[in-house]
Every structure is written in structure tokens, then in C-alpha cells.
Ligand binder design. Sequence first.
Ligand SMILES: [Ca+2]
Ligand SMILES: [Ca+2]
Length: 159
Amino acid sequence: MVPPNLTSDQVERLRNRFSQIDTDSDGKITLQDLKNLHPDMLENPLLERTFNVMKDTDECLSVSSLMTAISRLSSSAEEVKLRFVFDIYDMDKDGFISPEDLYESVKLMCKDNLTSTQLSQLVDRTFRDFDTDCDGRISFAEFQSNCKIRLESQLSVEW
Ligand SMILES: [Ca+2]
Ligand SMILES: [Ca+2]
């Protein structure tokens, strides 16, 4: 199954890349495979979070789910890309970004660079900007209308 918006070149490259990462050739990439390949992943916890959003229910990433995810990210449709980013922030997957979701995901991204006070301030500020109906959570519609490229640019993962 080839996602419609990937060229056959891209698919070929993804397949090759996948088999390089999948060192035991069982058709699945685990988080550990990725960590072996990217020892710097510890420096980039977002990669782990991205993996968690893309992975299948068995905690592994198959070539088809990788392609679906890459296809979502490279989609020309802004909404599809934003949905992916939204899912990254929606830690508990309830379809909304709560202050806790945002706190946890920003903490992951910034590691120890921010104090908990700074984190809370950032979350407060973001909610003032994004939560337009003031119900204490950010819906996808609110996210979509407020977000744009800023958050997305933090998510460029090199495969
Ligand atoms: Ca949530
Ligand atoms: Ca809201």
C-alpha cells in the first residue's frame, strides 16, 4: 500500500531506510532500534514522542505505518500536518490539548532548560492565545486557527 502523495522514489528511499533501521529484519522497528541508530535521541525526546504517535498497537513501527506517517507529514494539506502535530501534543489522546498535555509535551521538548515556573507560565500564555472559547482545553479547531508553522518547525525529524 503506497500513500498517494509519496513518489515511488520516496517510497523506495523509505523502504531502504527502514531496512537499515530494522537490523533484525522482522519488518518492525522498535524504539530501541531507533535509539541504537540515533544515540542522540536522548537529546531529542521529541523523536520518542513522534515514534509513540506513529507506532502500531504492538509498540512497534511497521513500514506501512511509517509511510502513512511520513505521508501525513509531507502532505500538502495543512490540516493533515497540523493534525499530526496536534496528536503529538495530545498526550492522553482524548482529542483535546489540556494544560497537563501541554506541560508534559513542552517539558519533553525543552528537557531541563525550563524551570517548572517557566513551564507553567508558557502553558498559561499558550492557553491565553489558543483557548479562544476559554473552556480550559485546546480543540483541534482552536489549534488549527492559532498555530501555523511555529510549532511544526520544531518537529522536523530526520529519517
Ligand atoms: Ca488530551
Ligand atoms: Ca477551548
